[in-house]
Design a protein around this ligand. Structure first.
Ligand SMILES: Nc1nc2c(ncn2[C@@H]2O[C@H](COP(=O)(O)OP(=O)(O)OP(=O)(O)O)[C@@H](O)[C@H]2O)c(=O)[nH]1
Length: 381
């Protein structure tokens, strides 16, 4: 009898361990052509795969709950309200100065200084100053409401509402085959690139697009883990390398090829972008672009810039723009600066529009840039 009892206990342990391990397998990894990159499926897909192979019960025991990201529309309003509530120094100071009864040359110097301190850059600051001088002269008596209106108009003009800020996400057709739209994210380390790729994936998922992420920042080992975590939260798969320091171009290529094979709408590729020197950067980004375009053309090359670095970040931005053929700018950490003039400066300097802005560290703190909301925020409207 005792022997039978032990036999039953042993059998029970085997069943529990076997069943448990089938459920606990968190991810499905599949080797790539060159053995350098792996695909990390999100929990939902991994469970489906485990179910298929083990013939187990449907995943009623699944613990991972996919998040549903908030729609991107209207997110800029949050920045506008925050800027307005913080009594943005730029808008408040300009309004006060322009409402003075007599504007002397000293006053105009002070206005110019305010514009420069707001990171607007010399060219745009002078342009705005000239426009304001002319309009104030014509306006004569200056009611606060009229000053606000003219300031709003002129600020909006230099931010430029006519620029096309939409992301080029139409899927290209290559040799009769529809490929995913490819977005390459470049920029100096620490600007918020990886975080922005994660946030962008959420924006795209909120628009019901299927997405694949490529962790081509193989320089910083944690970047791939970080990206994978972002993806898994919204059911997006990440292609990454198992080796630190693997060839970023190979990972980028595998990501795009995986996206194409899966029929994904968009592939977003994160890069390391260490600015050792211009030649090194050019080699790395040039190779990534060349290799990706063997599979599909690049839809967007987005340069991620930290708004809090102001004019200091401009030099780096220019190098990236020369090297990578940037098509749009993502200005992160706009929540951390009340200056805002950098939006204008960087657009002018690089000749491409700010398309997205980072508004905080939260997962849905990335918004399509809206010039009107931005200017209203600066003016506290
Ligand atoms: N306040 C604020 N913080 C942000 C924003 N975007 C990113 N960050 C923070 O910036 C820090 C750096 O972000 P990462 O995404 O790791 O930067 P990275 O450019 O990928 O850096 P490397 O991987 O080293 O190249 C993180 O703490 C982010 O949470 C933003 O819009 N606002």
């Amino acid at each position: 009898m005792t022997d039978f009892l032990w036999l039953w206990i042993l059998l029970g342990v085997v069943v529990v361990v076997g069943f448990g391990s089938a459920l606990v397998v968190p991810r499905l990894r599949r080797g790539r052509s060159d053995g350098s990159a792996t695909i990390t499926r999100p929990p939902e897909a991994a469970e489906d795969a485990a179910d298929d192979s083990a013939g187990a019960e449907p995943a009623a025991t699944a613990t991972a709950v996919l998040e549903r990201p908030a729609p991107a529309d209207g997110r800029m309003v949050r920045l506008r309200d925050r800027l307005a509530r913080s009594g943005s120094p730029l808008g408040a100071r300009l309004l006060t100065m322009l409402s003075r009864e007599q504007l002397t040359e000293d006053d105009w110097d002070e206005i110019e200084e305010t514009l420069l301190l707001a990171d607007l850059g010399t060219g745009p600051a002078e342009e705005l100053l000239e426009a304001l001088r002319t309009r104030v002269r014509v306006l004569g008596v200056r009611e606060p409401a009229a000053v606000r209106d003219l300031l709003r108009e002129e600020l909006l003009k230099i931010v430029d509402p006519t620029l096309d800020r939409s992301l080029a996400l139409d899927r290209p057709v290559v040799d009769g085959e529809t490929k995913p739209a490819v977005v390459l994210m470049v920029g100096v380390n620490g600007t918020g690139k990886t975080t922005t790729v994660g946030k962008l994936a959420r924006v795209l998922v909120a628009e019901d697009k299927s997405v694949v992420l490529g962790a081509a920042d193989t320089f910083r080992a944690a970047a791939a883990d970080q990206l994978q975590t972002w993806g898994a939260r919204v059911g997006v798969e990440t292609v990454r390398s198992d080796r630190d320091g693997a060839d970023p171009a190979a990972v980028a290529f595998d990501a795009v090829r995986t996206g194409a094979a899966d029929g994904a709408d968009v592939v977003v590729v994160d890069t390391a972008g260490r600015l050792q020197n211009k030649a090194g950067l050019m080699d790395e980004l040039g190779k990534i672009s060349r290799v990706i375009t063997r599979e599909a053309p690049l839809g967007e090359v987005l340069l991620v810039l930290d708004a809090t670095t102001g004019q200091n970040g401009m030099q780096q931005a220019k190098v990236f723009s020369e090297v990578a053929g940037v098509t749009g700018i993502v200005l992160t950490k706009l929540d951390g600066t009340a200056k805002g003039g950098i939006v204008v400066a960087v657009q002018r300097e690089l000749g491409v529009p700010v398309k997205l802005v980072g508004l905080g560290e939260g997962p849905d703190d990335l918004a399509p840039f809206d010039p009107e909301d931005f200017v209203d925020g600066i003016l506290g409207l």
